[in-house]
Design a protein around this ligand. Structure first.
Ligand SMILES: [Zn+2]
Length: 212
């Protein structure tokens, strides 16, 4: 599998490009900004995006999705519980002091346990609300790989003080859905370095002090 990470935009959101070198198909996760750089990675590997997926509708994760859709024709998928966030794009841009990116309603919903991704590299959607109501993680089961969005970071978790955030809910999502995965599962977060479920289980302070 082709796997590239492109930190995009002011908040350095990790945009992930996962591609099948045989079929030439790719999934682009969290195309928040810097679409030219994402396109450069796609063309370097001769990949055509099949899906554009946003783990949630914060500006740094979804801000470039419509632009990339217009350039590639690939549909945008997002959990519908984050539609309120998508509609708040002007406010989100104002928080960061950046121009409001153009957005449009997604082409499809990402429902819990739905299978997305590529034929050769399928992923299961885990609905993990808390950072936002529509936050999802993508679990590439055969690859033992989790794309975590802003739900889990190396040594930290997503903030819950923005609209739609709920601390108890993110802790519940982390315990019931993410810590349920095997320790060896590689975690690729929405910001910062990669980690594993086992590493976070044993050392992430947010997962120690709030045992269920
Ligand atoms: Zn976020």
């Amino acid at each position: 599998m082709i796997q590239e990470v492109i930190p995009v935009g002011m908040l350095q959101c990790n945009c992930y490009v996962l591609g099948d070198e045989t079929s030439g198909e790719a999934v682009v996760i969290d195309p928040g900004d810097d679409i030219e750089r994402i396109q450069e990675v796609l063309s370097r590997h001769e990949l055509t995006p099949k899906y554009l997926i946003a783990t949630h509708a914060h500006i740094d994760h979804v801000g470039g999705a419509l632009k990339l859709k217009r350039l590639t024709g690939a549909p945008i998928f997002l959990n519908e519980s984050d539609l309120p966030q998508l509609k708040m794009m002007e406010a989100q841009a104002a928080w960061l002091g950046v121009q409001t990116p153009e957005t449009a309603p997604p082409d499809g919903n990402l429902t819990d346990r739905e299978i997305v991704g590529l034929e050769r590299y399928p992923a299961q959607v885990l609905h993990t609300p808390g950072h936002t109501q529509g936050s999802v993680c993508l679990h590439f089961v055969p690859l033992k790989l989790l794309i975590a969005g802003d739900t889990l970071f190396a040594g930290s978790i997503g903030r819950t003080d923005l609209p739609g955030g709920d601390f108890n809910q993110i802790i519940d999502s982390l315990h019931s859905r993410i810590l349920a995965l095997p320790d060896e599962t590689r975690v690729l977060p929405g910001h910062g370095p990669a980690t594993t479920v086992g590493e976070e289980r044993s050392s992430n302070p947010f997962l120690q002090t709030h045992q269920r």
